[in-house]
Write a protein that binds this ligand. Structure first.
Ligand code: NDP
Ligand code: OXD
Length: 309
């Protein structure tokens, strides 16, 4: 069996080494040098060209290199009968939790203000708020959101989450569905978006959602760019209703040079690096899954393409 590998940055060497260490007999084909398309049974890919995956007639499973599968679901020619598996690996989860904790603490401890004060050589103390009086809201309580929520509870924040179905995570207030959305926003001083991109979550953070947040709230956007209506976010920041934002994902990536977010005084911009798939954990996950599948067991973490995640 041959495994097609395609990533968007030069990860080839480290991934090849780990894949072959785990499965020495693996027939690894690195896109675009794929040889005979009939040989390809598995694909481990990030942003393949649209229509590409339908050209492998013997494809048995598609593995996403990342947690998000929107880069696959957006392909109108994605083979319908081939299971799509999202990435779940400990390095990706730990990296996201680190990023969320760092960003929550940054806003919680007024670092945007202190950075501005330092530029102005101003020595001024801002009253500290205890973590248990800071309400953090996490949109998406799946693998990543659930782990981040647990870590924030450990730091004594007042944590709530919003998801499709109700959750029972220790110390986390659960809101769900359309009815839970506004009450959840109403109590989120720091809002973290960790939703997958689907038709339902596209544009979900718009003027109405920002207006429902308490005055002075902050946004940490680490799901996908099209979830945020960027003009509405700018308006909410410029009016002072929102105090600040940390933005890792954008509607257009790389963020265009003329984007007002780059030099907005209340915005931290990072280039879609909140978390990255780590080769070893990812390759172990993929090889283990293929072995299970070949042994007749179900694949782990197959997505529901009708739901889009
Ligand atoms: P999961 O599938 O484990 O979790 C998704 C969560 O979102 C679930 O709790 C689900 O609810 C909830 N959800 C989905 N749709 C809706 C909706 N319409 N309304 C309410 N809740 C909804 O995904 P992961 O946690 O593994 O990953 C989440 C996303 O994070 C990825 O899809 C990707 O876009 C992003 N990501 C970003 C990275 C970065 O570097 N910026 C890195 C990695 C991932 P329920 O539990 O009820 O199904
Ligand atoms: C992912 C990402 O989905 O890095 O894993 O965005």
């Amino acid at each position: 069996m041959a495994l097609l590998f395609k990533s968007d940055i030069d990860r080839g060497d480290s991934w090849r080494r780990v894949l072959l260490e785990l499965e020495p007999g693996l027939d690894l084909r690195e896109w675009p040098e794929i040889g005979d398309p009939n040989d390809i049974e598995y694909a481990l890919v990030w942003k393949p060209p649209q229509g590409e995956l339908k050209t492998y007639p013997n494809l048995r499973a598609i593995f996403s290199l990342g947690a998000g599968i929107d880069h696959l679901a957006s392909d109108p020619e994605l083979p319908k009968d081939v299971p799509v598996v999202r990435m779940v690996e400990p390095g990706l989860t730990a990296g996201m939790t680190e990023f969320v904790i760092m960003s929550v603490l940054y806003h919680h401890r007024f670092m945007l203000d202190y950075a501005a004060q330092a530029r102005a050589r101003q020595w001024r103390e801002i009253d500290q708020v205890p973590a248990w009086e800071r309400r953090v809201g996490i949109m998406g309580l799946g693998v990543l959101g659930g782990d981040a929520a647990e870590a924030l509870v450990g730091l004594r924040f007042d944590v709530a989450g919003w998801s499709g179905s109700p959750k029972n995570l220790p110390g986390v207030t659960s809101f769900h569905g359309a009815d839970g959305f506004l009450p959840f926003l109403n109590r989120s001083d720091i809002l973290v978006c960790l939703l997958p991109l689907t038709p339902e979550t596209t544009d979900i953070l718009d003027a109405r959602a920002f207006a429902a947040l308490p005055k002075g709230a902050a946004l940490i956007s680490v799901g996908r760019g099209p979830q945020v209506v960027e003009e509405d976010l700018l308006a909410a920041l410029d009016s002072g209703h929102l105090d600040g934002a940390t933005l890792d994902v954008f509607r257009e990536e790389p963020l265009p040079a003329d984007s007002p977010f780059w030099d907005h005084p209340r915005v931290v911009v990072v280039p879609h690096v909140a978390s990255m798939t780590i080769a070893r954990g990812a390759c172990e996950f993929v090889i283990d899954n293929i072995r299970r599948f070949e042994a007749g067991q179900p694949l782990r973490h197959v997505v529901d393409l009708d739901k889009g995640y």
